[in-house]
Design a protein around this ligand. Structure first.
Ligand code: SF4
Ligand code: SF4
Length: 119
């Protein structure tokens, strides 16, 4: 029987964000994820960005100096990881849009104030 595929699952609460797992992966499957300003962990997260290329070798898990990467059964995990990654990307885009709108509103208010002062 073929050995069941496993994939890395990081405990983000204990992760030190050192990036060693990202550098250790021979297939460059992991990437640091975007950190939104209101992120509960306030640090970049190593994310399995390319689960299709992960062969479940466990090198990332072995390389982690604080042993916070568990190799877990891959079944269903790819879908979850991809969904989480996409959700964070969408919220990052939405946050950038809000930031831009707030900056534009601020600029508009400043220009209106300046125009009133000159009148
Ligand atoms: S298990 Fe192997 S292939 Fe998969 S992310 Fe870790 S180091 Fe890369
Ligand atoms: S090697 Fe371990 S502590 Fe470092 S970023 Fe990866 S999971 Fe976090």
């Amino acid at each position: 029987m073929a050995k069941e595929k496993t994939m890395p699952k990081v405990d983000y609460e204990l992760c030190m964000a050192c990036g060693i797992c990202i550098m250790a992966c021979p297939y460059s499957c992991m990437e640091p994820d975007y950190v939104p300003p209101d992120d509960e962990y306030k640090k970049p997260r190593p994310q399995l960005a390319y689960p299709d290329y992960c062969i479940g070798c466990g090198i990332c898990s072995a390389a982690c100096p604080v042993d916070v990467i568990e190799m877990v059964k891959a079944e269903g995990l790819e879908a979850i990881l991809t969904r989480e990654h996409e959700a964070r990307k969408i919220s990052a885009v939405e946050k950038e849009k809000q930031r831009k709108e707030a900056a534009e509103a601020f600029l508009k208010a400043m220009m209106e104030q300046a125009a009133q002062a000159q009148a």
